[in-house]
Write a protein that binds this ligand. Structure first.
Ligand code: HAM
Length: 422
């Protein structure tokens, strides 16, 4: 029996990679325009980094990590997200001496043992951005605006909604959790099983529950915005003012809590209504105190991650997969030898060339040219070698003309340029 890919893990096929490349290029362009530099990080880290960074009580650390002991006896975890590893690198390489904020981005696969469904996978990809060492609320607003510029560049911004919130500082949150528990406990019986467990473990997550039965209770829950300290409230007010100044629309959503424990003050998410339950395409926030908790300096930070699978799912299929521009069809061995150097010269000049290898008859090769969707075919047999000219056929119109072998590569390069084709 053939071996299949692991459940929740998917291949990104050639028919999809055009979209992926577009998304990755848009991310790179946008982030670099804002001064972010790329950092490439390992796919696995010491388990302790995530336990300390993301929080022992989070779903991610409690039940979603791919953790194993390596042959040396160390506990290793495939990264479920990139922030903890990026901060580990920031500390390890002494980035704190650089001018603040230190702006870094990274992209690649993440691993979470979640129940797979449309838009949710066990290996998925994120583009991740962090601005480190700057406490000012203007950075929060700038980071959020950049995220939305990324979606604008892809033409998706109209189909998405930006939600922002503040979950206050650690003490504010502790006070709020006490209030929330006081409110929720009397309603515990009507909450779903998962929420009843969360009540004890991580009550904030109740606000995030999607189960219909829980909604009436959640809707009447006290707002975390009423529990903010004056400093945290001021910070949030500034973030909103700067977003207004940047012309960035948003909705304040007090129930927006995030699934990772490191956030303080600003949190945000970008949601779509088009992907069913997996409606978050990006999320992030501020995490002052986390760098210090990981053994580094007391530098604050703010950032986000984009779920690339979900962005790709939103893109239309019109991105034509890259296809060759021309098929060279030698009829016989002598013609193959005559066309090989032409093929090489055209490819070196950047033209995408497909080649027949001399063994098939002309009708079969023309059929292949149609299937490949090439703009031109070049046909050469023994007669053409004698005359010194190959036949150049425009596949659309079927029009044919003769081109000397010596001029063929340059002719193809010229046609490809005129076409804007590869
Ligand atoms: P997160 O909300 O856990 O945040 O993940 C960010 C995004 O990754 C989600 O909004 C979603 O689009 C995508 N995502 C998460 N899990 C999956 C999955 N199983 N399959 C497909 N896509 C998924 C973080 O990871 C934080 N590190 C973000 C951050 C960076 N905060 C500050 N800096």
């Amino acid at each position: 029996m053939a071996i299949k890919a692991v459940r929740g893990v998917r291949d990104i096929l050639p028919s999809e990679t055009g979209k992926w490349q577009r998304v990755e290029a848009a991310a790179r362009r946008t982030f670099e325009a804002y001064g972010y530099r790329e950092i490439r990080l390992p796919l696995f880290e010491r388990t302790e980094l995530f336990a300390r960074g993301i929080g022992d009580e989070t779903d991610i650390v409690k039940k979603e990590m791919y953790t194993f002991e390596d042959r040396g006896g160390d506990s290793i975890t495939l990264r479920p997200e990139a922030t903890a590893g990026l901060l580990r690198a920031y500390i390890e390489h002494g980035f704190q001496v650089e001018p603040k904020p230190v702006r870094l981005y990274t992209a690649g696969p993440m691993f979470r043992y979640e129940r797979p469904q449309a838009g949710r996978y066990r290996q998925f990809h994120q583009a991740n951005v962090e601005a480190l060492g700057e406490p000012q609320p203007a950075v929060d607003a700038e980071v959020i605006a950049m995220l939305m510029d990324f979606f604008r560049e892809l033409g998706l911004v109209e189909r998405l909604a930006l939600h922002v919130n503040s979950i206050g500082d650690t003490a504010d949150r502790a006070a709020y959790i006490a209030r929330l528990l006081e409110y929720l406990r009397p309603h515990a019986a009507v909450l779903c099983g998962e929420c009843q467990a969360r009540l004890e473990r991580n009550p904030l997550r109740v606000l995030d529950c999607k189960v219909p039965d829980c909604q009436p209770v959640i809707e009447k829950a006290p707002s975390i915005l009423d529990s903010l300290s004056p400093e945290a409230a001021k910070h949030f007010e500034r973030v909103r003012e700067y977003l207004d100044a940047l012309g960035q629309a948003y909705t304040v959503t007090p129930r927006l809590v995030r699934g990772l424990d490191y956030y303080v003050r600003t949190t945000f998410e970008v949601l779509t209504t088009e992907l069913g339950a997996q409606n978050a395409v990006a999320g992030g926030g501020r995490y002052d105190g986390l760098i210090e908790r990981l053994g580094g300096p007391a530098d604050p930070g703010v950032g986000f991650a984009i779920g690339l699978e979900r962005v790709v799912l939103l893109l239309e299929d019109h991105d034509a997969a890259s296809r060759p521009f021309v098929l060279l069809i030698p009829l016989g061995e002598a013609a193959l030898r005559r066309l090989l150097p032409v093929t090489r010269a055209a490819r070196q000049a950047g033209v995408a060339v497909e080649l027949g290898y001399g063994g098939r008859k002309l009708p079969r090769e023309l059929e292949r040219a149609n299937k490949l969707g090439v703009a031109y075919a070049v046909i050469a047999g023994d007669n053409e070698i004698v005359s010194g000219e190959a036949v150049l056929r425009a596949m659309g119109s079927g029009e044919q003309r003769r081109v000397p072998f010596a001029a063929l590569a340059a002719e193809l390069v010229g046609l490809a340029r005129k076409d804007g084709a590869p």
